[in-house]
Design a protein around this ligand. Structure first.
Ligand code: FES
Length: 579
């Protein structure tokens, strides 16, 4: 029998499963073909398990097993679990970039939740764009919702040492180009890097979003860090299944947790963990769905005074497994203390402060104290200036502090193909002080804003031992990447931002401490060049299908790259019957 207390309101699933007439017959009868008994439809909470499992998303390959453990918990608590698939976005597989499809996943998830007779939903995701896409969709329906992540892969191993997803790919590939690593050694690292199902085990975008889900109170403690193959991942799933039933009874909707305080906690936690710049886009878009006023400048303002506490790649040394054994996110958030809104509610019914109160740190090398952090400069710097009227971002913890203030001549690439064709040309006029400028990689221009902002350095400079250069673009970069890289320039070149008219030889100034990015060309000259640029624009390249929808409606990076028509929520009500 259902555990539904008598004084609770009738659930939305009852409209489908509660009737005695023809419609109730139709809704129940076909479901009974799966072997469900009569009392599965007795008014108990129906829990949708939205699963992005796919063999083309290896990071999410463990989610079938996780779903089974969620179901155990749901049944045990008197609910009815029903699993459904959602488009899976494999970051390493999809072209031109998984980010192009985040909003498509969000639309699919939103309509799947709203259109089906479910009362609460568990989002099973992990790989970079899956969890954000699911969350955006779920937020616009606003049922009780929980995030359960794939969990990180086991630490990579190569020749007796730990290696990190992504971060060491960038390092090793530059070493091969510099001539300090052989191709055979490079290939040998391939199998050692990815040793189990799960997400990148560096503090990449997947680990970042899973961590922020904990910080926002929409995921259970240790959800972000328990390795994908650890039994505790299954325990979290089982407990999550029980809890989501209670959340439905308590009508604990996503909007009750995703408050301004929750977003502020996320931004500060992002700084403390040295999280991915991609989180900026996803949090801005999510705030737009739930109507929380969050703007790009908040990321800089809120992360001021929050040092880097977690020594994880790419900003530091260790990996997610180490963070889990060191105490996980609860230990990090306990250290942050009053820098967080500890009274913010979480899905368990406890406040965030209560949730972290019992956490302990078992390894101060991995989780540092506020008094002795990994680095004092962390978080996200939000730049302004005539080269980025809508803003741009930079991650100081992953950059070379010697380049925080830098003036140099631009070496411009009109596209990523142009970049690949010329970057290793011995005749390329470039030196260590040059500023590499990449255009055409924004949301509309690519389309989809790929992770190419951490451009490889010119081979001839790598061979001289140069390890970092100032690079600027309208692209994103992988959360696993590092370097002095200015990203997310808005408006992007393809939207007519000033980036479009930068020429090789122009001087560019980055003044990180004062958050300025300037093209040192007169305003008059900029206006003249932009006028010529506009006149030379042809008709839109994409005339049909999703690419057309995307390029016509995607917003710029400073608004999170959501579609303009998807901001806000439509709730869970569906007025009309299907038959
Ligand atoms: Fe899937 Fe990194 S590629 S989480």
């Amino acid at each position: 029998m259902s555990s539904k207390p008598k004084d609770r309101p009738v659930l939305r699933s009852a409209r489908s499963y509660g009737g005695q007439g023809r419609d109730g017959f139709i809704h129940r009868s076909w479901m009974k073909s799966q072997g469900l008994p009569d009392d599965a439809f007795d008014g108990r909470p129906v829990i949708g398990i939205c699963n992005t499992w796919s063999e083309l998303t290896p990071c999410n390959a463990g989610l079938r097993d996780v779903a089974e453990h969620v179901k155990r918990g749901v049944w045990e608590a008197g609910g009815l679990p029903l699993e459904f698939p959602a488009m899976s976005l494999g970051e390493t597989q999809m072209r031109p970039t998984a980010m192009l499809f985040r909003n498509l996943l969000a639309m699919e998830v939103e309509e799947s939740i709203r259109g089906n007779p479910i009362d609460g939903v568990v989002l099973l995701g992990g790989c970079d764009k899956t969890t954000p896409g699911q969350l955006l969709g779920a937020a616009s329906v606003d049922l009780p919702t929980m995030v359960i992540s794939s969990g990180p892969m086991l630490n990579g191993k190569y020749r007796g040492r730990d290696i990190g997803s992504g971060t060491d790919v960038w390092r090793f590939s530059e070493a091969v180009r510099a001539g300090t690593m052989s191709t055979a050694e490079f290939m040998a690292a391939e199998s050692g890097m990815s040793r189990s199902p799960g997400t990148c085990m560096t503090m990449g975008s997947a680990s970042t979003i899973a961590s922020l889900a904990e910080a926002m109170g929409i995921a259970l403690p240790y959800n972000a860090t328990a390795p994908a193959v650890d039994a505790r991942r299954r325990l979290i799933a089982h407990e999550g299944g029980r809890l989501i039933v209670r959340m439905v009874h308590d009508d604990l909707r996503l909007s009750k947790l995703l408050t301004r305080a929750a977003f502020e906690n996320a931004v500060r936690t992002l700084a403390a963990i040295g999280g991915s710049t991609n989180a900026v886009l996803h949090l801005l878009a999510l705030a737009g769905r739930v109507g929380v006023p969050l703007v790009l400048a908040d990321f800089d303002r809120l992360s001021a005074g929050v040092p880097l506490l977690v020594d994880l790649q790419p900003s530091g040394k260790y990996l997610m497994e180490d963070l889990h054994y060191a105490g996980g996110l609860p230990a990090v958030m306990k250290e942050l203390g009053s820098l967080l809104h500890t009274a913010a509610p979480t899905l368990t019914g406890k406040t965030l402060g209560e949730s972290c109160a019992g956490a302990e740190c078992f390894n101060r090398e991995v989780i540092r104290t506020l008094a002795a952090p990994v680095k004092p400069a962390s978080g996200i710097w939000v730049l302004s200036g005539n080269l980025c009227p809508g803003g741009a971002v930079m991650k100081p913890s992953a950059a070379d502090s010697a380049l925080f203030t830098h003036r140099g001549r631009a070496v411009v690439f009109e596209s990523i193909e142009d970049f690949h064709a010329r970057i290793d040309d011995p005749a390329l006029e470039v030196d260590a002080d040059s500023v590499l400028v990449l255009k055409g990689c924004g949301p509309k221009g690519y389309p989809g804003m790929p992770e190419v902002g951490n451009m490889p350095l010119p081979r001839k400079l790598l061979e001289k031992g140069i390890k970092d250069m100032l690079r600027i673009s309208d692209a994103r970069m992988s959360g696993t990447a590092f370097g002095t890289v200015v990203l997310h320039i808005a408006p992007e070149a393809a939207a007519g931002g000033p980036l479009a008219i930068v020429r090789s030889g122009d001087e560019i100034l980055l003044d990180g401490p004062n958050r300025r990015l300037e093209l040192l060309v007169s305003e008059r000259e900029i206006a003249t060049r932009l006028e010529v640029w506009r006149k030379n624009q042809g008709p839109p390249k994409y005339t049909r299908g999703y690419y057309r929808l995307y390029t016509e409606h995607v917003t710029q990076a400073d608004r999170g790259c959501d579609f303009d028509f998807l901001a806000g929520a439509s709730g869970s009500t569906v007025e009309r019957e299907s038959h």
